[in-house]
Design a protein around this ligand. Structure first.
Ligand code: FES
Ligand code: FE
Length: 445
């Protein structure tokens, strides 16, 4: 099994076997070995402020209810009745006093305790010990700066340790702004494998072609005084108006990779060009303290392994939820600063709706590519052609400091390749110490 996985993802050749994007058996193993173990994002605390507030999130194919308790604590449990398995809650979010299953009417309190069984004496005649049939809780639940995560594995390391410096920076880039959620999570489906929707965040090569129409719309004008990048042309030979930041400009690019497969890649914050984004918050004391020197340079889209990526410039978090090998739900959570002015709030909502999301100008472009790329992995002959992730291979000198590994230099595919390497280690079923060791970046990538 380990040998086979090393063949599926080759760090040496920079190749990934296409079968990992459509093989049904591999998908099933991912549900157990990755989504059955990894810490995964459930919600932001601002979504469930009051006792009885709940929010449902998938962890792989398990549906989890995160519930604010009467004492202010948070608990998370499976949305599946301990009688015959029906969902005990049909709403995606809301407020309740208890959860009642609509099949036979068993009721569970906010902590998941079984509190009501219709006509229990008449039907069970004293044979049902209610204390044994509460809802099943996640193995561990923790909040990091208001972002609530859970794991199904009691042996998983603590959340902050799991996130490591790269994962913590990803969250800090949003949390340091003192944010709250914008009500309404945008959810939609793309016919692609979930991993295409994950690795694309590190791809600073596609924007100049995939997002040509967005660029042509004037959404990303070059900043005042910024030199446009030459050489990018469409198929008609017309040069494209793309600010260097959007392309990855070959100078300021930064790749972060760390234990367990978390990664980030993109231009440093100064290279963002004319995007209409406020970066002044980065100078606030809390941001400076949390982010440190390296974190303060990061923008773009870090991914917390396996499937939570953070659009740090606008303040959004996306889940790439695996439904089947060729179907992925995309969930967008958008944040706004608690003390934003009405105008700033309006701008944040506008960007959240118009850039990513079901009506966004970018993700629909991306989604078409991911769907086609997934489709081509089903072909008998096509699937034998490896995927290439060799841009910059062997040229990335990894600098390791305070548990953070980084590569500075030109646009590369290191972060994608690294993520797939980490994926292969997870799929070997290693224990946590072995997994940590196997996912420490090499000195050269
Ligand atoms: Fe829930 Fe029977 S399945 S009460
Ligand atoms: Fe894109």
């Amino acid at each position: 099994n380990a040998n086979r996985l090393d063949e599926l993802v080759s760090l040496e050749r920079g190749e990934v076997d296409r079968r990992i994007f459509s093989d049904a058996e591999i998908f099933e193993q991912e549900m157990t070995l990755i989504f059955g173990r990894a810490w995964q994002f459930l919600c932001h605390e601002s979504q469930i402020p009051k006792a009885g507030d709940f929010f449902e999130t998938p962890m792989g194919r398990d549906n989890v209810l995160t519930v604010r308790q009467r004492d202010g604590s948070i608990r998370a449990m499976l949305n599946t009745c301990t009688h015959r398995g029906n969902a005990v809650c049909r709403a995606e979010e809301g407020n309740t006093k208890a959860f009642m299953c609509t099949y036979h009417g068993w009721s569970f309190d906010l902590a998941g305790k079984l509190i009501g069984v219709p006509d229990v004496e008449k039907f069970y005649k004293g044979d049902l010990d209610k204390s044994k049939y509460g809802l099943v809780h996640v193995a561990q639940l923790e909040s990091y700066h208001g972002f609530v995560f859970a794991t199904m594995d009691p042996a998983a390391p603590a959340l902050a340790d799991y996130l490591g410096p790269a994962g913590r920076i990803a969250i800090d880039l949003i949390a340091a702004r003192e944010v709250e959620i914008i009500p309404g999570v945008q959810k939609f489906t793309i016919d692609c494998n979930w991993k295409f929707a994950v690795d694309n965040v590190f791809d600073w090569y596609h924007a100049q072609v995939t997002h040509m129409s967005a660029v042509a719309s004037g959404l990303f004008p070059p900043a005042e005084g910024e030199v446009e990048v030459g050489g990018a042309r469409n198929t008609l030979g017309e040069s494209l108006d793309i600010p260097s930041g959007l392309m990855g400009n070959g100078v300021d690019d930064l790749v972060l990779v760390s234990e367990f497969g978390h990664a980030a890649a993109g231009p440093s914050v100064d290279g963002l060009g004319g995007m209409p984004i406020d970066t002044s918050w980065r100078k606030r004391p809390q941001a400076v303290e949390w982010l440190g020197e390296v974190g303060s340079k990061v923008c773009g889209y870090p991914n917390i392994f396996p499937n939570a990526w953070l659009a740090t410039a606008g303040g959004q978090l996306a889940l790439r939820v695996p439904v089947s090998p060729n179907r992925t739900e995309i969930w967008w959570f958008s944040f706004v600063e608690k003390n934003a002015t009405p105008d700033q709030r309006k701008m944040t909502v506008m960007l959240a709706g118009h850039i990513f999301g079901p009506a966004g100008i970018l993700e629909q472009d991306d989604g078409e590519n991911w769907a086609q790329s997934t489709q081509q992995t089903y072909g008998h002959r096509s699937r034998q052609v490896p995927q290439l992730l060799k841009m910059g291979l062997g040229r990335g000198k990894v600098v390791k400091e305070n548990g953070l590994a980084r590569i500075e230099g030109s646009t590369s595919e290191h972060a994608q390749l690294w993520t797939y390497h980490a994926w292969a280690q997870w799929m070997k079923g290693l224990d946590w110490d072995e997994l940590r060791e196997a996912t420490i970046p090499p000195d050269t990538l």
